[in-house]
Design a protein around this ligand. Sequence first.
Ligand code: ARG
Length: 461
Amino acid sequence: MSDKKLWSGRFSQPTDAFVEAFTASVEFDRRLYRYDIAGSIAHARMLARAGILSEQERDAIVNGLTKIQQRIEADGFEWSVKLEDVHMNIESALTDEIGYAGKKLHTGRSRNDQVATDIRLWLRDEIVEIRQGVLKLQHALLDIALKEADTIMPGFTHLQTAQPITFGHHMMAWFEMLERDRERLADCSRRMNVMPLGAAALAGTSYPIDRHYSARLLGFERPSENSLDSVSDRDFAIEFSAAAALIMMHLSRMSEELIIWSSAQFAFIELSDSFCTGSSIMPQKKNPDVPELIRGKSGRIFGHLISLLTLMKGQPLAYNKDNQEDKEPLFDSVDNVKGSLRIFADMIPAISCRRDNMRTAATKGFATATDLADYLVRQGTPFRDAHEIVGRAVSHCVEKACELSDLSLQELQAFSPEIGKEVFEILTLEGSVAARNHVGGTAPDQVRAAIERARVRLSEQ
Ligand code: ARG
């Protein structure tokens, strides 16, 4: 393959070898080859339709590019750092392949609009896959939520026992976080689906191009409105990175809970052996490495968001080479978000719940204290007074090292004469969760209804 630089006309000295390697992006942007070729094919078809290329030239270009794609996919393509990036590697190979017509492909375009188009095309596809990954995890959560709709556990605030909830309700909280993540991705994809091609270097081109036609060929919603904006802004990449950061933030929170719950001190769940590893020194260990690693990976994804924001913030219009730095953070975010989602979707169904331990934990820590206060309110006590009364009862229990339900009716009545024997119903865990019986509440029937609505929502999309 010829290594002659496609822009060498103006230059009399060769590029310094280190500069050449330093400025090249082909090592990573070759990953965009499929989209680069798709963009070029659409561009060639548009040029022929506008009478800028002959039909023979168009066919030669399309066939040549198709062959190059096959060669790349068969690992028979030689990438050259001297040719800097994926765009010039492919264009140069095309001219080697088909000769004269290959040199006409770049008519009316620039690498600036080319790369902006390639990344959008690539990211659009990746978002489809990531959304599928989120969806798969959501289905896994719905399944476990249904299975554990009646499973009682302590709910926490400040990681202190607050009120009893069901494990199913907890899983549905995770589901909702992911539902917003999936919407965010769709929203970002919609805004991104605008075609930069035709903006050329920055000002547009003097050829009679038909941008609506190429936009149609590439499945873009429409051509972009402003050529300067099209080649320079990477806000779509930043938006995606923010959505990716939020997904990882959610996965990281979920991981944290899985880690806590699988500790010997909590022992609420057991993770499957396939998602844990042992210790080289402590024979008893089964470490939740997978959730820990996902929690750890969130850091780099947040970092990529900041990288891209920083990359963009000082750039004058229009294209600057700074933008070449957009790719590695984006690629890394996509790979790690996809991987984390995939592993999570496999890990969730393999969780076994230690229901007895969850239930026992919920009986400790006065989880039904609010229920007792609510009961007093129903008996006619104002809530503030009820709060005070139950607070004193709890303090008494702390001294006696017992739970509220361990007190006799007489002992309870010492705190309020309003208390009757039906209070013991109120103090049960089942009574407590069943009482939260409204949309969004933790009552098992409400959890099942929420699962049902969620399944409908997912099937409608
Ligand atoms: N490799 C470059 C990038 O990723 C392609 C565009 C280069 N354009 C230029 N005028 N140097 O941004």
